[in-house]
Every structure is written in structure tokens, then in C-alpha cells.
Ligand binder design. Structure first.
Ligand SMILES: Cc1cc2nc3c(=O)[nH]c(=O)nc-3n(C[C@H](O)[C@H](O)[C@H](O)COP(=O)(O)O)c2cc1C
Length: 115
């Protein structure tokens, strides 16, 4: 993955290391996150997967969100994600059925985790 941020460490007068970070683009670690999703000012719970979908050998990293209890077409709409906590690693599943079962478990977990 590309360099995602530029970190510059400088020594302050008292001798301690001070870090000044200029973030260019910060991508969280691959995995599944319990999140809030803001759509048109309304807040929903979401299951977010960040990564390369190893089950399908996708090469480019993507951010994919499943919005809980939501059934509208929001194609091309801007949404805002608030990642609350990382619940697991993104892994390779032996088949689609196993992946679907895990996503269903993730959704239940997130439903209970977020208020
Ligand atoms: C909550 C969530 C968790 C996911 N976890 C994984 C995972 O662990 N491994 C994986 O290969 N893909 C994972 N995916 C991605 C799925 O592979 C993807 O949703 C599915 O393949 C459909 O992709 P498509 O819409 O590009 O066809 C996850 C997706 C979601 C929404």
C-alpha cells in the first residue's frame, strides 16, 4: 500500500521528541469496523470492511459499508463514516457461504455493540 502519511519528528528545547504529523491521507488498518454512517444528516449503524477481499483475490483496497436496517438507493451520494471500533481482521474464507455467515454474525455483533 502507498505511503499514507508523512511523519516528521523534531527535538524540542527540553530534549524530548516531539512529533508533528502532517496527514495526507490516512487509511485505517484492513479489517471490519463497527461504524456510524451519516446519510443526509441521518445516522445509521454500519458494518465497514476495509481491505482487499482476500476471498476474491481483489488487488485494490476498497472501503465497503453495509448499512444496517437501510434499504434505499444511495448510489453516487456522499456519506460520512465514523469508525467506532475494529471488530476483526479481514480474512480469506473457503467459500461464499462461510463469508456470508460471518457477515451476518458481524451485523448482529454491531447491532448490539452500538447504541
Ligand atoms: C461487514 C463486511 C465484512 C466483510 N469481510 C470480508 C472478509 O473478511 N473477507 C473477504 O474476503 N471479504 C469480506 N467482505 C467483502 C465481501 O467479499 C463483499 O461484500 C462481497 O464479496 C461482495 O462484493 P461485490 O459487491 O464487489 O461483489 C466483507 C464485507 C462486509 C460488508
Amino acid at each position: 500500500m502507498k505511503n499514507i502519511c508523512k511523519l516528521k519528528a523534531t527535538l524540542s528545547d527540553c530534549g524530548k521528541v516531539r512529533e508533528s504529523t502532517r496527514i495526507k491521507k490516512l487509511i485505517p488498518k484492513n479489517g471490519v469496523y463497527a461504524s456510524y454512517v451519516n446519510v443526509d444528516g441521518q445516522k445509521f449503524k454500519g458494518a465497514v470492511n476495509i481491505g482487499i477481499k482476500p476471498t476474491f483475490e481483489q488487488l485494490t483496497p476498497t472501503v465497503e459499508v453495509h448499512i444496517l436496517n437501510f434499504n434505499h438507493d444511495i448510489y453516487d451520494k456522499k456519506i460520512k463514516l465514523e469508525l467506532i471500533t475494529r471488530i476483526r481482521d479481514e480474512i480469506e474464507f473457503p467459500n461464499l457461504e462461510a463469508l456470508k455467515n460471518q457477515i451476518a454474525t458481524d451485523i448482529l455483533h454491531i447491532q448490539n455493540l452500538l447504541t
